[in-house]
Write a protein that binds this ligand. Sequence first.
Ligand code: GTP
Length: 614
Amino acid sequence: MARKALEPAATPPEMIRNFCIIAHIDHGKSTLADRMLQLTGVVEQRAMRAQYLDRMDIERERGITIKSQAVRMPWELDGQTYALNMIDTPGHVDFTYEVSRSLAACEGAILLVDAAQGIEAQTLANLYLAMENDLEIIPVLNKIDLPAAQPEKYAAEIAGLIGADPDDVLKVSGKTGEGVEALLDKIVGTLPAPVGDADAPARAMIFDSVYDTYRGVVTYVRVVDGKLNPREKIAMMSTGATHELLEIGVSSPEPTATKGLGVGEVGYLITGVKDVRQSKVGDTVTNAAKPADKAIGGYSDPKPMVFSGLYPIDGSDYPLLRDALDKLKLNDAALVYEPETSAALGFGFRVGFLGMLHLEITRERLESEFDLDLISTLPNVVYQVTTDDGRVTEVTNPSEFPDGKIADITEPVVKSTILIPSEFIGAVMELCQNKRGNLLGMDYLSEERVEMRYTLPLAEIVFDFFDQLKSKTRGYASLDYEPAGEQSANLVKVDILLQGDKVDAFSSIVHREKAYGYGTMMATKLKDLIPRQQFEVPIQAAIGTRVIARENIRAIRKDVLAKCYGGDISRKRKLLEKQKEGKKRMKMVGSVEVPQEAFIAALSQGDEKPKDKK
Ligand SMILES: Nc1nc2c(ncn2[C@@H]2O[C@H](COP(=O)(O)OP(=O)(O)OP(=O)(O)O)[C@@H](O)[C@H]2O)c(=O)[nH]1
């Protein structure tokens, strides 16, 4: 942290411009951000490394947060120096809420589109969010240096979308720097300055909150009214918790302490708290001695959308898994978990995630940073199940599915935006129909590109939807979605039984029409995965007591010594020991021995494995 002379407090709001960059993945957001840092002199040419803002390794090395969620850059226009705050927005649908809070901290957004690719679904979804937040949009085509760039065509596409003149679409290259100065001028010239009441009690909105090993939680805020000063006591309006402000400052891009932050300013706060849950995105920070009456709107607690059981492969790793989750939680306000036991998998945790990417990131971190080997159960969404007696159960795990007669089940749905070349309309309609989708509308962005909007059950798209969409459109489709409430659905729980014993880890809640498909898929998979036993083992899939699919594993007497004729006793012993070792990794389901690997293979979704939308 730079601890040079403190920066003066409070830049007047009319000299501030707060903006973010909305772009589809790979359209060049980081490159453009880097170029801006360089042109504004914030990062010297010498020190300029590609993608400065993304240098996570440096961040770790120095133990400070360089990956700034917001960077302040000076820019001079007509003899006046303005402070531009560039606020980073996460790019993935799992983090829509964070995106919405980052947007809410800005007055304007740069809509950045690759001049060789045109608009993609992620650009559109974030553009809609920006428009809902009343942000001023600056349309920009990037990568105009590319030979394949078609700036005129895509300028028309963007202009049509936001109702602008194609000539107003700026054309830049983050790579060569062409047009970037003009863009900085445009930001100052067209984005509104922030407005707020400087004399009112302080109110600042948290748009990001990051755990740092050395400094504790670093909270990024946008001040709306009043002023925050170092050393004063602040209060979080959602909980009333108070903390002392140990440091307050701006990132430019190194953290630089200031004498305070006033109306419209963007910066960071350090209070020494150790857990991001005490400093939640969307919450309002106020002055504890002179608190504001009303929080800034739009706060909501992160809501897990997808649940999965996580179990250590080696049962004795359970305490390690618990400690690892406790550590991750410090940096991840959306992560929730509670202990759970499975007859088949032992002790583990039921963990809630914002979406599949969040699940994958978390699992990857547990495995790489904490050296754990894990089995995860099939992810499921959250269902509300009403039984005939009127009781409502929230089901985050198939084992909680009530036994009684079911009156109604609701499942979460999402509103999705799909962008495709028009030749694939038929293929996408078929896919969405198959996934129980409802077409909401369809618009042509140009003659050959179409935006389709569907509501889809979240459960249908968390798995392989994006992969299927990509393969049906030869890789051309892009997808984005946001939560859109609940709907009633005809869902059932399918259990898998081995020799009549339910294997809890394989139970799944599926649409009635897909129950048979799930049952046969699992039964066939398990038939191949479970070795023959000394007796015949029926594998059944059942809804309640009704069996819907069945396979058999034929009996065999497995004699490991069969191959060792002669009297090599030490070899025999070795083999017997090896078999004993193998037995340790077997789980007993009733009287059936199931190797650990069979669980892993049956639960890993293979081809159907959910992928990040990248
Ligand atoms: N030719 C050319 N390539 C560019 C330009 N801007 C970015 N690129 C390249 O496009 C690719 C993606 O750029 P990034 O800046 O990483 O894109 P991003 O949108 O930040 O991507 P994510 O960080 O993955 O979201 C990189 O290979 C860049 O070198 C440009 O103006 N011209």
